[in-house]
Design a protein around this ligand. Sequence first.
Ligand code: 13P
Length: 257
Amino acid sequence: MNRRYRKTIIAGNWKMNNTLSETRSFAEQLKPIMPRGKWCTVVLCVPATNIQSAVRLFKDCHIAVGAETCHYEQKGAYTGEITPAMIKEAGAKYVIIGHSERRQYYNETDFTVNKKVHAAVEAGLIPIICVGESLEQREMGVTMELIAYQVKCALAGLAPEKVRHVVIAYEPLWAIGTGRTATAGQAGEVCQAIRTVIRKQYGAHVARSVTIQYGGSMNAKNAAELLAQPDVDGGLIGGASLKAVEFVQIINAANQE
Ligand code: 13P
């Protein structure tokens, strides 16, 4: 982390978990133990049906809310989809784009990721853009090329002053939901490479402002070590963000670094 130049962001990705009543009880558990200091920014990305309530429930403890995906069109005949403007009006500030589960199960491509990033930024949302390699790709030695390609595609056509405010999450597919975390060295190396890609495209000033998170089995035990890497500016946390106590332990680890 480097607090001087950029925000540290601990974000939960609830995926398809927690009904409205479960969200309420999570908030009840979280509120009394949530740290008061505001070193790091805390975000919870929740199912669309929970956004409005979550905004209300987590306001007191300064937790921002995000959506988990969005469409790139502003309106139209896309049954089941929601637009960045809808998300924004519901009170969310962030939206996850290009999560590997969306890429894998819903045909999200680098091309649609780019369109969604543009749509989100235009609506005033901060995109959390996910990139990451599969185990096969890592073993073939193409991780850095692939990540560079994904980052370049996601940001293509975006003005440098907009790029400064996006969040990138490095999530190796083999670490998601597997309990197998990237080592701090592996996470740090790829996050550093992402910053180098941004520096080459948009300059040093932009590159040092971008928050780059690590995601993939981050938990209370390994968070501090991962966050100690200079280019790891936070975490995108799945399973461990569903448990209020553990989520707070991760926030505390980020506050202590
Ligand atoms: P886990 O923390 O459950 O591995 O999930 C990571 C993730 O996909 C966050 O977006």
